[in-house]
Design a protein around this ligand. Structure first.
Ligand SMILES: NC(=O)c1ccc[n+]([C@@H]2O[C@H](COP(=O)([O-])OP(=O)(O)OC[C@H]3O[C@@H](n4cnc5c(N)ncnc54)[C@H](O)[C@@H]3O)[C@@H](O)[C@H]2O)c1
Length: 444
């Protein structure tokens, strides 16, 4: 993470408003305040703003609360009052773009945010769309803001939940989409805001609105394709007796392929990949094109949970009344976010079969959210050992490498049945087999 103080170059110390204090907006306002800008985090959710003003983060990310506490009330303020935008040189829009029932991105929050800021924009302000939006959205927002003498810039976000603060300060690239007639003031503002990244030689892609919008969807969908591709190979591994771990190791050493995103498992979840893949497929359809590869990635991904669940059922026979120990509830490690979590999908399937489910996650916020979501239908546990007590099966649902370092000897003593379904291929099979566990991974 960036430590110390940065000198902001350029003519002025800007005031920046960030609309939305969710995973993207909060990291953006907190990150920019650490870089020395004067920031306002604005949200329509009064409870979030109340919490933030008390120095508490509504979401959990490593290092987030520490920076929040340091800048809160000083050069970082939170409010529901859009009026503060009158003072601001730049306004980042970071509201949600969830999936509509037809698979397209729902832009109602984007348009409402644009309408919300419109009355307060000062001359030459720059409105930056950070949310993930389909091609054409920056143009639509620009239409809404006609007559405001402001500029709209596309600046998609690439942070990963679980490492969001580090990603903010060490992003791989900054993408900026301008219009041909974007005023030089707006270009200067953007370079001023991103001067820290420019100086540390981060790669910049300066392009048009449409390309910037598409870079985000193409990136997420490419990663989704990579995951689904590996999961497809894993199915063949299961049938022919190959080990997907060795197959992907051999693939990943090829620098053209790369080692990342080659883990077979329960597939992708979370608030971004599923909706972004679908929204991109819809953008093809709207343009009378067919996204064959991208659509298949989604199809493969959807089948993974059912396949995994069927394998568990085959082994357990009737899960009714059986004790299930679920290791991991969030959609990925080091986050409290349960949106589109594969673990939650599994829990719901198990509850439908009247199984008793106990869960554990290393992030307390994830367990708190699970409790809020599922109430007393599940048992929330503070340790893996507590979760494993009298378990008939242990299921690993979130990709925490720490599960491998747990005391599997002690866990073996607590369970009813020494049976593991590792949905993330995280465990060293030999290690658990040594303690008498029967082990089932994915493609192993
Ligand atoms: N979460 C991620 O990892 C991630 C990464 C990259 C990009 N994105 C994209 O960033 C966008 C935001 O995602 P998120 O996960 O931060 O969403 P989120 O749901 O966590 O946060 C959205 C926030 O916007 C607020 N909001 C909605 N309408 C508003 C309005 N009119 N005025 C002010 N505030 C308003 C909501 O109350 C909420 O706090 C989405 O387009 C998403 O696809 C997300």
């Amino acid at each position: 993470m960036f430590e110390g103080k940065i000198k902001i170059k350029g003519a002025f110390r800007m005031k920046i408003a960030v609309i939305g204090t969710g995973y993207v907006g909060l990291i953006q306002s907190v990150g920019l305040s650490k870089l020395g800008f004067d920031c306002f985090g604005i949200d329509i959710d009064e409870n979030k703003i109340k919490m933030l003003n008390a120095g508490k983060s509504p979401i959990w990310e490593d290092k987030l609360e520490e920076i929040l506490k340091k800048h809160n009330g000083k050069n970082l303020k939170f409010t529901t009052n859009f009026g503060v935008i009158e003072e601001c040189d730049a306004v980042f829009i970071c509201v949600g773009t969830p999936q509509s029932s037809d698979g397209t991105a729902d832009l109602k929050y984007i348009f409402a945010a644009a309408e919300g800021v419109k009355p307060y924009l000062k001359k030459n302000a720059v409105v930056v769309i950070k949310s993930t939006v389909p091609v054409g959205t920056n143009r639509k927002v620009s239409k809404i803001l006609e007559g405001c003498n402001c500029d709209v810039v596309s600046n998609p976000e690439f942070l990963k939940e679980g490492s969001a603060i580090d990603d903010f300060f060490n992003t791989d690239r900054v993408v900026l989409g301008f219009e041909d007639n974007t005023k030089h003031e707006a270009r200067d503002s953007m370079m001023n805001i991103y001067s820290y990244f420019y100086e540390k030689k981060t790669k910049f892609v300066i392009t048009d609105w449409e390309s910037a919008e598409l870079i985000k969807y193409a990136s997420n969908s490419f990663l989704a394709v990579k995951i689904s591709f590996v999961n497809e190979i894993a199915r063949l591994c299961d049938t022919v007796g190959a080990d997907i771990k060795d197959v992907t190791k051999g693939m990943g050493y090829d620098r053209r392929i790369g080692e990342h995103f080659l883990n077979a498992g329960l597939g992708y979840g979370g608030s971004c990949f599923p909706k972004d893949v679908n929204a991109l497929v819809k953008q093809f359809e709207e343009n009378k094109l067919e996204a064959k590869i991208i659509a298949s990635a989604d199809e493969v991904n959807l089948g993974l949970i059912d396949n995994f669940f069927d394998r568990i059922l085959k082994k357990l026979k009737n899960p009714e009344g059986k004790n299930i120990a679920l290791f991991g509830v969030a959609f990925k490690p080091n986050t409290d976010d349960l949106r589109e979590s594969r673990a939650v999908e599994l829990i719901n399937k198990l509850l439908k079969k009247k199984a008793n489910v106990s869960c554990f996650d290393y992030v307390d916020g994830a367990l708190k959210n699970a409790e809020e979501l599922l109430g007393n239908k599940i048992k929330i546990c503070k340790t893996v050992k507590e979760t494993a007590k009298e378990a008939d099966v242990i299921i690993i649902a979130t990709e925490y490498s720490q599960f491998n370092d747990e005391d599997w000897g002690a866990i073996a003593e607590r369970v009813n049945t020494k049976l593991i379904f590792d949905g993330r291929n995280i465990l060293d099979k030999n290690k658990v087999v040594k303690y008498g566990f029967e082990y089932f991974g994915i493609g192993r």
